[in-house]
Design a protein around this ligand. Structure first.
Ligand code: BMX
Ligand code: ZN
Length: 312
């Protein structure tokens, strides 16, 4: 058994922990992502890593390395964030490896947060036993990870599979990536809340609602929430059918905070896509809920410590 540190840096929270090569999370902590971005995040990352190293020392756990999964477009070989949408402030051009190796000798690996989530779901979760896999994580934003022949598709330098920024409506809402009508503007937690806030504002109702509130209101039959959820399911279904047409996957795994206890969302999408797109492709796909709850990003981040570490 080997062990690694995993850090999952998302738009809302940073989860960090020590993970074993059989996927067990030995020690974990979760803190909000600092709003000011780069400097604050780097300070937080340093504090957490030093604390985890100390924990490992005192529990006689030998660490192979540090794996980071972060929101943003990551150059996998340079172990550097090239850019990010404003979901994380000031996150362009941050060389995480360079920053972290100042205070530790452990090897540092960096990838996109949902790429590593896909690794974890493939090894330990809902995509176990499949080779052609698409993962979508619905959270602050929407991220993607694609496995073909059991391996991640990265594109030229690692920035590929930004599945949340596939546009499904050229006249849609302006997304913070620069396009319009991105999948993220239909089904991310941020946009589910935003659409509901706008609808309530127009009716003169209080607007302080989160995506969780929208789900509760929907379950209680609220009309505006029903419209927002219908729009979400419609957008998500279009996005998923596009991906099925493009990649002919065996399984599409849906994870991220929005999908927590989200089998009902999968049921609605399944119903919707049963009448959309090319039957041969759509009918052969299984839609599955992430099986690692909120830990798949963290576990996948840590997996890099032994997957890519030549010495491990
Ligand atoms: C955004 C984009 C992706 C990320 C995804 C999920 C940035 C900063 N983020 O689409 O790189 O994978 O969100 O991120 O460019 P999360 O914040 O929801 O975890
Ligand atoms: Zn976008």
């Amino acid at each position: 058994m080997v062990y690694g540190i995993g850090l999952d840096i998302g738009g809302t929270k940073v989860a960090a922990g020590i993970v074993s090569s059989d996927g067990e999370v030995l020690f974990k902590k979760t803190v909000p992502t600092p709003e000011m971005g780069k400097e604050e995040i780097l300070t937080l990352v340093k504090t957490i890593i030093l604390e985890l190293i100390e924990w490992a020392d005192s529990h006689k756990v030998r660490l192979e390395g540090i794996g980071i999964g972060t929101a943003g477009q990551v150059d996998f070989n340079k172990r550097k964030v090239i850019s990010g949408t404003p979901n994380i402030q000031n996150w362009n051009g941050v060389n995480l490896q360079e920053e972290i190796t100042v205070y530790t000798d452990l090897p540092v690996f960096v990838d996109n947060d949902v790429n590593v989530l896909a690794l974890a779901e493939h090894r330990f979760g809902a995509a176990q036993g499949y080779q052609e896999v698409i993962c979508l994580a619905l959270g602050t934003g929407i991220g993607g990870g694609i496995l073909t022949k059991g391996e991640l598709i990265r594109g030229a330098w690692g920035g590929g599979a930004e599945l949340g920024h596939m546009s499904i409506d050229i006249h849609g809402e302006a997304c913070n990536c620069g396009l319009r009508g991105c999948l993220e503007t239909y089904a991310s937690g941020t946009w589910i809340a935003k659409r509901m806030q706008k609808a309530r504002e127009e009716k003169g109702l209080p607007t302080n609602v989160t995506s969780r509130d929208v789900f509760l209101l929907y379950q209680n039959g609220d009309l505006l929430a029903t419209q927002v959820i219908e729009t979400m399911i419609h957008g998500l279904s279009y996005g998923i059918v596009n991906l099925i047409h493009l990649f002919n996957p065996q399984v599409v795994v849906l994870g991220g905070g929005v999908m927590s206890k989200g089998q009902w969302i999968i049921d609605l999408v399944n119903k919707k896509i049963s009448t959309m797109g090319m039957r041969s492709l759509v009918d052969s796909v299984e839609l599955k809920l992430s099986e690692l709850e909120n830990d798949s990003g963290l576990i996948g981040a840590a997996m890099q410590a032994w997957l890519y570490n030549k010495k491990a």
